[in-house]
Design a protein around this ligand. Structure first.
Ligand SMILES: NC(=O)c1ccc[n+]([C@@H]2O[C@H](COP(=O)([O-])OP(=O)(O)OC[C@H]3O[C@@H](n4cnc5c(N)ncnc54)[C@H](OP(=O)(O)O)[C@@H]3O)[C@@H](O)[C@H]2O)c1
Length: 234
């Protein structure tokens, strides 16, 4: 690649975001990762970010001069509970991280994206197409909201040549999954997946790279389903 493209990975300190960062570096991109956990590495520049705090988002973008793409991989999940245990604070927190954090990042980065006719890739989830086998209703709601967000902003951004799309992975081998799903249960779930296994984060990273690359010139407002045939959409 002649001119290196600058990509910011929000939630680049772990899991899908971190794997995407490493993959993009290997493909010749300049990558900044952000999150609350400081990660020191030779290849990746790290900037602190708490997406729940608007000041933190604002500060991050004061430290950036140009941007060709943003990947929003920050996300949290909740445990499944009965509706009588619904907790508004838990709901608000997951919406802050999974949805409002993305809106804030776009608010403060849009000038850069407009300038570069850049790309946005949102890491959504299969849960937004159906339901979540492991997470709570708050998670499914937050992920469903991202579908509306991507479609609405695709139209708003189109006039500036900025493209926004999402990937919708099913279960992927990351710390989020390992922390929340029992190994035995996971094995029984894998038996239900036509491809017979959960995804590797690299498989998600490759789809993200396509969406933010120069090969994507006409896709916007779309969601790429990456689920081993578990959910057949269309
Ligand atoms: N793993 C799966 O099976 C799966 C399946 C479908 C979709 N997804 C989605 O993929 C995305 C990434 O998940 P993952 O599995 O890679 O999880 P993960 O390994 O737990 O990584 C989550 C990332 O989100 C960041 N984050 C969380 N709260 C944040 C905050 N307040 N401010 C800034 N960053 C924050 C974390 O960084 P810090 O902790 O450093 O802040 C971390 O980098 C999520 O949106 C998830 O819903 C995952």
């Amino acid at each position: 690649m002649k001119d290196k493209k600058n990509v910011l990975i929000v939630g680049g300190t772990s899991g899908i975001g971190n794997q995407t960062a490493k993959y993009l570096v290997a493909q010749g991109y300049d990558v900044i990762i952000s999150g609350r956990t400081q990660l020191i590495s030779d290849d990746l520049k790290y900037l602190y970010l708490d997406v729940c705090d608007e000041k933190s988002v604002q500060e991050l973008f004061l430290n950036i001069r140009s941007l060709d793409a943003i990947v929003y991989a920050a996300g949290i999940t909740t445990k499944q509970k009965n509706i009588n245990e619904f907790d508004k604070d838990i709901f608000n927190n997951i919406m802050d991280v999974n949805v409002s954090g993305l809106l804030l990042c776009l608010k403060y980065s849009y000038k850069f994206l407009k300038e570069s006719k850049g790309k946005v890739v949102v890491v959504n989830s299969l849960a937004s197409r159906t339901y979540s086998q492991f997470s709570g209703v708050e998670y499914t709601i937050s992920k469903s909201a991202l579908n509306g967000l991507v479609k609405q902003l695709a139209v708003e951004f189109a006039k500036d040549g900025v493209l926004i799309n999402s990937v919708l992975p099913s279960m992927t081998a990351t710390p989020m999954l390992v922390k929340n799903v029992d190994k035995k249960l996971l094995e029984s779930i894998e038996a239900q997946i036509p491809l017979g296994r959960i995804a590797d984060p690299l498989e998600i990273a490759k789809a993200i790279e396509f969406l933010l690359s120069e090969n994507n010139t006409y896709m916007t407002g779309s969601g790429l389903d990456i689920n081993g045939g578990l959910y057949l959409n269309g």
